[in-house]
Ligand binder design. Sequence first.
Ligand SMILES: [Zn+2]
Length: 453
Amino acid sequence: MKKLLLCLTFCIFAFSAIVVVGNESPSIVLFNGTVVTMVAEEEFHEAIAIAGNRILAVGSDSEILALAGSETELIDLLGAAVYPGFIDPHTHLLNDSWNKGLSPVDTQKLALRYGVTSAANMYTSPDLVETYIRMANRGDMRVRFSLYLIYNTSCGDVLGHWYTGYDPLVELAPRLRIGGVKIFSETSVCGDEFIGISFTPELNASLSPGGLEWYGGNRPLFLQAELADVIRTVSEYGFPVAIHAIGDGGVQLSLDALEEALNGGPNDLRHTILHNLFIRDDLLTRYADLGIIAAVESMSSCFADFYRDLLPDQYKHIVRRWADLVATGAHVTADSDWPWSAEEAISPLFRLQALMSPINHSQSYGDWEPCGLLPEDQLLTAWQGLRMMTIEAATMLHRDHELGTIEPGKLADLVLLSMDPLHTDVDQLTKIEVLLTMVDGVIEYQRRAIDDP
Ligand SMILES: [Zn+2]
C-alpha cells in the first residue's frame, strides 16, 4: 500500500503541476493562505486539500478549489500561514505534567494550543506504559506520542531490557507508539540532588571549586564498553536509543560508545544524543561523521551560562554551539524538555526566537534571572530552526515518511499561524498566534473562528 501511494504521488507529479493522491474528493479545503511545505525553502502554495486524515493536494487556490465536491468543507485562511504541525522530540508532557500542576491530558491541550501535534515522552518507566495505552484507547492521546522507555533511571539505577516486551516504532494504540530507549550516560535530576553533569578532567580543573556544588565531580554512569554493549543489545531488538548527555564527559562517552556499537555501519536506527550542551572542538564533527542525531534545547540551559563563566577563554565557545553543529551537516532537532524548562518553551515560536536571536526568556529550573543568551555566532535562521522542529524532528522519531512536511499522502497534522514565521521579524515571532491545530485531519484546537477578526 505504501509503495502504491508513493507511486501514485510520483506518477501524477510527473504530469501535473499539483499533486493529488488517489481520486477521492477532499473533506476539507483550506484556501487563500500561505501553505509552507517545509520541503524546500522557497516552496509556497495558496491552498491545501485534505481527505480524511491525509493531505490530498497542495497548489494554487484555483487548482485546489476545483477539487472540492459538494461535501467538502471550505475554510478561508484569510492570509494565514499553514505549516506542518510542530514536533517536539524531547518532552515529559505525560510523565512530568505534575511539575506544572497539570494532568497529562491538560499538558496536551496546552501543547496543541501552541501548535504541537507530535511529541516524544522521554522518560517512560515500566508502570506508565500500560497507563498510556489505556489513555490512548480512551481517546486521550490528543497529541501523537512516541514513548522512550528508560533503560536506567535519572539516578543511574539500571532497569535493564524490560522494553523488549513491546514492539518499537509501530502504533500500539491510537496516536501512541514506542519511540525508543532512553539511557542516562550521566545522572540527571535525582531526588533532592541537582543534575550530575560529567565533565572531562580537561574541563574539571577550571570548574573547581565553583562548579563542584552542582556537578559534584560526577563521572559518567558507564565505561565505554559497557554503554556500547547496552546500545548493541537495544539495537538488536530494533529500538533507537536516546542518550542523555550534557557535559563534555557524557557527550564524549556517548559518541565513543555509539561509534563502537555501530562498528562502521550506518546509524539506521537514528540513535540520538540529548542535550549536547558542552561539545569540545574534537567532538563536534563526529555527529555528522557517525550519523548521530543531536537533540538540543534553545530554552532550558540557564546553568550553561554558570559553567561558561567558569571556563577559561579557550573553552567558552563549546557551550550551546547549535549553529556549529548544524554547519557540520549533522541532523539537529530542537526540543523543549518541557516541563523541565521555561513556561514559554512549550511554544515552538518562543523556542524559534531563542534560536534566532540573543533574546532568550529562559528562566528554567526555578526562579532564576533570565539567562542563556545564545552567542551571535551560534544564531540560526528561521528556516533552520523550523526544520529542527518539523522534518528533522520527524526524522529522529522515524516518522519523516508521514509527518514533518506538507506533502500529498502525508498525515494531515497541520498548524495555522496568524503570520508566517519565515517572513516575520525575529522580535515579533512570539506575537504570532496559533489559530488552529489539526492532528490526523481532526481539529484539536481552534482559537476562534478564523474569519473572526
Ligand atoms: Zn528530558
